[in-house]
Design a protein around this ligand. Structure first.
Ligand code: GLN
Length: 367
């Protein structure tokens, strides 16, 4: 345990919060976002879709169950920084191997604790997403603001290339019933696990893969992964997905994969006032009429206006809090995508059936 060191959180609009340093002593910048999940902080912090974001956890105690090597969604922490109310230096869980503070230091992540996170979240909820800086080495507001002004806006930022694989790799056995080509934009490990558990041999391809390389693998289906950043800043990947759709193979897309699919078909995406990040987001499946409680993490969304004007794409799921587009499919084709996280790690398993739907599409396609 360390002596508490002062730290500052400064938002782009000049709002300042004082607290204490947690994790590495240093400075970090990014877009500020909040997650309302009450558990699963290690999975969240290692989710590649959070790359470039300073994350506020609304649950008031973070760190109290330490960290565990298996509870990661990628190799290492991906959030740009952490904001909490109470940061626990000690942890109580027999399976824990280290404290969150030690893990953040090893992973070189800067955080700030003892912030009034309720006031902070109310502020960003009304003002909308904006950039922020956390520092435990610079406390001078002018200097912090100068640094903050150099941080690019999330809108227009391509971030997948910082977190997605550069080399292909395989998961599962080649003897498996289905072969899935996964295009990696920043994949969460649990997506691959959910496929492997259902009898899939998965080859994870870098996002620079060509359509010929994908075809050469002879897959039964293509999975488009989640990932960070603005989907509209990825013209090559949008083009690749257009080619995948023309190939007429089963496709399943999650989050960024869903947004890139939408853009490839001429729909548009927009930046949300505030994203959806948490474990209890209500979704309605418009095909079955059933609701599901879902895990979410996104700051962009497919627009209703573009969808209404498109005759080949059908709305399949809506978000019940704000009616935003949560799932779509290509009419008459085995192609569907969702804005939320059926692999939900952490989170409820209500939406796991989407993996089964993908499997059943591949079964039909094979025969
Ligand atoms: N989880 C994701 O794939 C996020 C997608 C995209 N980066 C967004 O914020 O909307």
């Amino acid at each position: 345990m360390h002596e508490k060191q002062p730290a500052v959180l400064l938002l782009e609009d000049g709002t300042r919060f004082d607290g204490f340093a947690c994790g590495k002593i240093g400075t970090t910048t990014g877009e500020i976002a909040f997650n309302t999940g009450m558990t699963g902080y290690q999975e969240v912090f290692t989710d590649p879709s959070y790359y470039g974001q300073i994350l506020v956890m609304t649950t008031s105690h973070i760190g109290n169950y330490g960290v565990h090597p298996e509870e990661v969604e990628s190799e290492g922490m991906k959030i740009a920084g952490l904001v909490t109310k109470k940061f626990s230096d000690i942890y109580s869980r027999t399976a824990g191997v280290a404290s969150l503070g030690d893990y953040m230091e090893t992973e070189e992540r800067v955080g700030i604790s003892d912030v009034d996170t309720r006031a902070l979240v109310r502020h960003i909820r009304s003002k909308g997403a904006m950039n922020a800086i956390i520092s435990s080495e610079i406390l001078d507001e002018k200097e912090l603001m100068n640094r903050l002004q150099e941080v690019p806006s999330m809108e227009g930022l391509e971030l997948s290339s910082f977190v997605a694989t550069k080399e292909s790799y395989e998961v599962g056995s080649e003897e498996s019933e289905f072969r899935v080509a996964l295009v990696d934009f920043g994949v969460k490990k649990n997506i691959v696990r959910c496929l492997a558990e259902r009898g899939c041999f998965v080859r994870v391809f870098p996002m620079t893969v060509s359509i010929e390389e994908l075809k050469a693998f002879n897959p039964d289906g293509v999975m488009l992964s989640n990932g960070p950043g603005d989907p509209s800043a990825m013209p090559e990947q949008i083009n690749l997905v257009k080619e995948i759709i023309n190939w007429d193979i089963p496709v399943f897309g999650i989050c960024l994969g869903h947004q890139i699919f939408a853009l490839s078909q001429g729909l548009t995406t927009a930046k949300m006032h505030n994203g959806h990040r948490g474990l209890n987001h209500p979704i309605k499946n418009l095909i079955t009429g059933k609701s599901e409680i879902t895990s979410q993490n996104h700051g962009f969304v497919v627009t209703h206006e573009s969808l209404e004007a498109h005759s080949a794409i059908e709305l399949t799921h809506i978000h019940l809090n704000d009616n935003t587009v949560a799932g779509i499919r290509l009419k008459g084709k085995p192609v569907f995508t969702v804005q939320y996280h059926p692999e939900a790690s952490a989170g409820p398993h209500d939406s796991r059936y989407l993996f089964d739907d993908f499997i059943s599409n591949m079964k039909t396609f094979k025969s």
